[in-house]
Design a protein around this ligand. Structure first.
Ligand SMILES: [Mg+2]
Length: 171
């Protein structure tokens, strides 16, 4: 059985939507998608480093697309692990566990890995939205499209735009 490594923020959890929502609370204006393309969180909102520490930032994040349905099917066919570089934000750990339990109840605690760096992660396939994680992975790498990587050259990674596309590739 192949080992599949799946990221949380920007792949399962819509962290981008949370950055926009928290920025809108401050500025009273919702930034458009066009204003955020290819920008880092700090470029989108100068207070994003504060927002990410606020209660609810991770717990209330919207689910991306039909990831629960596709991941449930993948969970039957792969040795699946959710790997999140979360320890930079200790308060996020409890929120992320609760969020996964609500939206992905078929994921057991054995399958949840919170770490600092993903350089130590080994497996056959990694799905992630950041080059800093994919670039070190020795297996097959899928770059999940998010506003921040919208125009980036995917290099040797395979770009995927949706969970339907992932389902077509991996199921
Ligand atoms: Mg991510």
């Amino acid at each position: 059985m192949q080992r599949l490594i799946v990221d949380m923020d920007g792949v399962l959890a819509d962290a981008h939507a949370q950055f926009l929502a928290f920025d809108e609370r401050d500025t009273k204006r919702r930034k458009t998608l066009a204003e955020t393309l290819d920008k880092s969180e700090l470029e989108i909102s100068p207070r994003s480093n504060e927002h990410i520490l606020l209660p609810g930032f991770f717990r209330d994040a919207p689910v991306i697309g039909n990831s629960p349905e596709v991941l449930e099917r993948l969970n039957r066919q792969y040795d699946l692990y959710i790997v999140s570089a979360a320890t930079e934000y200790p308060t996020s750990l409890v929120e992320k566990i609760a969020w996964l339990a609500e939206h992905f109840p078929f994921i057991t605690w054995h399958q949840i890995v919170f770490c600092g760096s993903k350089k130590i992660v080994r497996g056959d396939i990694m799905i992630d939205d950041h080059f800093k994680n994919l670039d070190y992975f020795e297996g097959r790498t899928l770059l999940f499209t998010q506003p921040h990587n919208h125009s980036a050259n995917p290099k040797h990674h395979q770009r995927v735009h949706s969970w339907d596309e992932i389902a077509r590739l991996l199921l």
